[in-house]
Write a protein that binds this ligand. Structure first.
Ligand SMILES: [Zn+2]
Length: 169
């Protein structure tokens, strides 16, 4: 039997179909069945992603994939790894948009505090923004804020204490 697929030009494929299926090796899979289209594959990956999110185990997913699409174990494993990619991509995207939202909020807060000349709060907002942006503040600043000695007096006593240590070394 001739392959049932159409070429890109619209004419019928001239190759011989696989003995068990309707398509040739180029158009079909190993069993001669039609290969899923890219759109169909996307749906399959998303379906498997849902299974993973629901907490289905690999054997359960393999069983479902075999039932729904009569796919082999290797194909099912490929679907699982593609589904995992989709999940980690979407987590990254969610994190990115949450990060952008946080940056926008901190920027707005900074402006509001600057307007009312609350520079201490401005510094606090900037510090939080830095954390969100992953900008590491110097360790000494962390020390100051962690023991809440943010006043100039606190700074001095801390500075003297630290300098005293250095002098002893
Ligand atoms: Zn063909």
């Amino acid at each position: 039997m001739r392959c049932n697929a159409k070429t890109l030009k619209g004419s019928r494929c001239k190759k011989k179909a696989h003995s068990d299926g309707k398509f040739c090796a180029h158009h079909g899979n190993k069993k001669g069945n039609l290969k899923p289209s890219n759109a169909e594959l996307k749906i399959r990956y998303a379906t498997v992603a849902e299974m993973l999110i629901k907490g289905l185990t690999r054997p359960e997913i393999l069983r479902h994939v075999k039932e729904i699409w009569s796919s082999s174990e290797a194909t099912a494993d490929n679907y699982i790894s593609q589904a995992n990619n989709i999940i980690s991509e979407s987590v990254k995207k969610d994190l990115d948009s949450l990060k952008n939202l946080a940056i926008a909020r901190f920027t707005d807060l900074y402006k509001r505090n600057y307007t009312i000349q609350d520079y201490r709060e401005c510094r606090q907002v900037q510090s939080e923004l830095n954390k969100t942006l992953g900008i590491n503040e110097p360790k000494k600043l962390d020390h100051v804020s962690s023991d809440k000695s943010m006043s100039p007096k606190g700074w001095e006593s801390w500075y003297d204490r630290d300098r005293g240590k250095e002098d002893k070394e």
